[in-house]
Design a protein around this ligand. Structure first.
Ligand SMILES: *Cc1c(COP(=O)(O)O)cnc(C)c1O
Length: 411
């Protein structure tokens, strides 16, 4: 595609104006919004207010005056439309890992005549570790992890499986699983389904209610731009609320926390999935970040994300110097989330060399260079520039310098 045509794509992009809402560093091409979203300007204002006025001046009265106590449900209700959920089924709390522990425990308890948790071997490790932890705690008679290849999920669904736990968009390849089909197939066999939406929420339309999903979890710091380590979210289908119980019985999940009763009585709402006191500063940041979505059409997000991905793939594939990069993501754009990965034997060093040129991508072991595409703030011209800098990096072999080979703690 010619530069003129690429400029044209930006000039007709209905989401182009949203970029102004973000405090993007100058001269940086940021293609890592799937790992850590960019700081929205409104978050800075909000956090300043939480620190100076709410905490600084109003202190403890802010729990009521500034509705700190309602943040988990308020934020949950802002996330709900992004994942196809009616209000009252989503709550913001803890980390994705901890939330998985809660919904896994609840689901296993609901399906207690079975004990198998089926997942994929290339799922995000923390998801698999949480099942392994539960297995160690409960014993294999009550919880047993079964990991299979992504292509073989369906053939492993049978009446011995209690819970099917899947990640909607694979973190390495960006491949999207068919939520409708897999949830239906599982339900036909009496299997409960948990979806991890870490790379889906804010990246593409999700239809939890329509698919009749049982439980879901997801991240606040990726496409939702809530900031490093932002609190996560958790979804429980309305039909299960009041009938299930997660086992971390903290006071915030009690029907009436402020009666300070010695005996636990569960809230019969999504609040039962809370454990302790919300992290107010972090949750306020996410709350402000979510306001950016109020006028965003998720179908426009998807359309732009697919177009950005197609442009990236075609520019890389057309460039003879980049012939050693193989697409690690599905070739059909409809099977990709909002990221594109390429394998290359020197992916790590190339990624470091790109970062030195202010093109921020990331590396996923063993050999994937991963580009996150964030329709709210990524432009078509940035994708073009990123590929042109990648081309220069490869042609000049600058990435072969020792400083780019050194493994950092976080990749
Ligand atoms: C990013 C990610 C997580 C992160 O979990 P934390 O508890 O927030 O560290 C979990 N699962 C998937 C699929 C992810 O992509």
């Amino acid at each position: 595609m010619k530069l003129e045509q690429i400029k044209q794509l930006d000039s007709i992009d209905p989401l182009a104006a949203k970029k102004q809402a973000f405090a993007l560093p100058k001269d940086t091409i940021y293609l890592d919004g799937n790992s850590l979203g960019v700081l929205p300007k409104a978050v800075k204002t909000r956090v300043d207010d939480v620190l100076s006025q709410q905490w600084g001046e109003d202190l403890i009265t802010s729990w009521n005056r500034h509705h700190w106590i309602d943040l988990p449900i308020q934020v949950g209700n802002k996330i709900a439309p992004l994942i196809g959920a009616e209000t009252g089924q989503v709550i913001c709390c803890d980390s994705t890992s901890v939330n998985l522990f809660k919904v896994l425990s609840a689901a296993l308890k609901m399906n207690s005549t079975r004990h198998k948790v089926l997942s994929t071997i290339d799922n995000f490790p923390t998801d698999l570790y949480m099942v392994q932890g539960l297995q160690a705690l409960l014993g294999e008679d009550l919880c047993q992890l079964d990991m299979v290849q992504e292509a073989e999920i369906t053939q492993h669904l049978d009446e011995s499986v209690a819970v099917l736990m899947l990640t909607h968009v694979n973190f390495r390849s960006g491949k999207v699983l068919d939520m409708h089909k897999l949830t239906r197939q599982a339900h036909e066999l009496g299997i409960l389904v948990i979806w991890d939406l870490a790379h889906s929420a804010g990246a593409l339309p999700v239809e939890l209610d329509q698919c009749e999903v049982d439980f879901a979890v997801g991240c606040g710091y990726k496409y939702l731009n809530g900031g490093p380590g932002a609190p996560a979210f958790l979804y429980v289908a309305k039909r299960h609320l009041g009938k299930t119980q997660q086992p971390l019985l903290g006071w915030m999940g009690h029907a009436q926390p402020f009666t300070f009763n010695a005996i636990y009585q569960p809230a019969n709402t999504i609040h039962q999935y809370l454990t302790g006191t919300p992290s107010v500063i972090a949750m306020s940041a996410l709350d402000a970040a979510l306001d950016l979505w109020h006028d965003v059409d998720l179908h426009q997000i998807r359309e732009k994300s697919l177009a950005l991905g197609e442009l990236l793939v075609s520019l890389v594939q057309q460039q003879p110097s980049l012939k050693d990069f193989s697409l690690a993501s599905p070739t059909s754009k409809h099977q990709r989330g909002s990221q594109v990965g390429f394998t290359h034997p020197d992916a790590y060093a190339i990624c470091q060399a790109l970062i030195a040129e202010n093109v921020i991508a990331d590396f996923r072991a063993p050999n994937i260079l991963r580009f996150g595409l964030t329709p709210l703030y990524t432009s078509f011209q940035e994708v073009e520039r990123a590929v042109s800098i990648l081309t220069k990096t490869v042609q000049s072999k600058v990435y072969k310098q020792a400083r780019f080979m050194q493994a950092q703690k976080v990749t």
